[in-house]
Design a protein around this ligand. Structure first.
Ligand code: HSE
Length: 407
């Protein structure tokens, strides 16, 4: 089958490389050759071994030999219009574009089904880790209840550098950018938006109803300091950016936030660019997915796995999807109870002997004016009230606040 590629950046270049390197094994798995017929990109690539570049989308749309297109350009526009036109013209589309899947996935999946073609997005979550396909195939016999994920390689790399090397946030971010993990504008990584889109995709697919990432409460890692990392280490824990989603009787919870995990938690040892996703189902219990969450070849490997699937299912669209979203389905995450870490300015005296609170201090003059406490289990809402009521916790400046995740 002939394929098209839209976008020849980090992931598109990886797809080109893997198609060439693994041509034989891809052919064995598909039963036919997979060759790149056209590559759409506005830039010039005079040194590329491929000589099929075009700057005109219509060259791909109107090429009747192309049966599947890899959309790896990222962003909403023009990827959304291009994908729609391709699906309506009877071509399958596979993508790593989590932003597009999170925003317009419901509509694009419907258009694909109506046209008997596939819209697949294995590479949109977890880079090279197979997670999308297991959710709608291997785990289909389970009622899924919870997903906890380290879903962003850039932030996991930054936090690992802070925890293990004592690196500053800025230096660690530069390292992630140099390695090609970060988004073009790393704001989406460090502010948690990328994790949020991936969390919403997983929630939609796992629980069967669309969750809008723009409604999911989302906090990134820009407020995490080396002090927070050191306090967490005092009680044997590490800080990770998590996407969390859980099914409840009347809807789902979803949130993205930095979380403090005990050292023995299955996600605590997942470092550097690696992603880890823990899925809980009623039949299976817990299952862990682990692998490289970003980078050219890992992501290209997931894109190509979708291409292989499309080629094998030639003539029949692969059916996956979710119901459209509904009002009130996304529940208020602030009503979920947890223990919280607070870093406070001042003296810890008023917490001495306070039941349910653990107090931590760091050695060194630099830390003399501050301390940390871990609260008893409270809801996020109740914690805000406690902080606002100076009689309850005392009159402290809050230097840091992080949810603990033990499960
Ligand atoms: N910027 C993303 C990350 C790329 O760091 O995980 C993969 O989605």
């Amino acid at each position: 089958m002939k394929i098209g590629i839209m976008g020849f950046g980090v992931v598109g270049g990886g797809v080109g490389e893997l198609v060439a390197t693994n041509a034989e094994s891809i052919k064995r798995r598909c039963g036919e050759d997979v060759t790149i017929a056209k590559i759409l990109d506005l830039r010039d690539f005079p040194d590329s071994p491929y000589k099929c570049f075009t700057k005109d989308f219509n060259d791909i749309l109107n090429d009747e030999e192309i049966g599947v297109v890899a959309e790896v350009m990222g962003g909403i526009n023009p990827a959304y219009q291009f994908t729609k036109q391709l699906l309506m013209s009877g071509k399958s589309v596979v993508t790593s574009n989590k932003e597009l899947v999170a925003k317009h996935g419901t509509e694009l999946l419907k258009i694909a089904a109506e046209n008997n073609v596939s819209y697949l997005f294995e590479a949109s979550v977890g880079g090279g880790i197979p997670i999308i396909r297991p959710l709608y195939t291997s785990l289909a016999a389970n009622e899924l209840t919870d997903i906890y994920g380290i879903l962003n390689g850039t932030t996991n790399y930054i936090l690992t550098q802070m925890i293990k090397e004592g690196a500053t946030f800025e230096d660690a971010l530069k390292g992630a950018q140099q390695k090609g993990y970060a988004e073009k504008d790393p704001t989406a990584d460090i502010e948690g938006h990328d994790t949020c889109r991936k969390t919403a995709i997983l929630a939609s697919l796992a629980f069967g109803t669309y969750v809008d990432s723009e409604e999911v409460p989302c906090e990134g890692i820009t407020k995490i300091t080396l002090e927070d990392v050191k306090y967490a280490a005092k009680f044997g824990s590490v800080i990770k950016l998590l996407g969390i989603t859980s099914r409840a009787e009347n809807g789902v919870y979803a949130m993205v936030c930095p979380a403090i995990l005990p050292g023995e938690h299955p996600l605590a040892g997942i470092d550097d660019v690696f992603n880890g996703i823990m899925v809980r189902g009623d039949g299976l219990g817990d299952v862990m997915f682990y692998g490289r969450g970003a980078g050219a070849l890992p992501t290209a490997s997931a894109v190509l796995s979708d291409i292989v699937d499309v080629v094998k299912h030639k003539g029949a669209g692969i059916s996956l999807g979710w119901e459209p979203g509904k009002d009130g389905y996304l529940l208020d995450a602030e009503t979920l109870p947890a223990r919280f870490y607070l870093r406070l300015k001042g003296s810890a005296d008023s917490f001495a002997g306070k039941p349910g609170y653990s107090v931590y201090t760091l050695d060194g003059e630099k830390y003399a004016g501050e301390f940390a406490v871990v609260t008893p289990e409270v809801t996020g809402q109740r914690l805000c009230e406690m902080i606002a009521d100076k009689n309850e916790l005392g009159s402290y400046d809050i230097l840091g606040k992080i949810r603990l995740v033990a499960e």
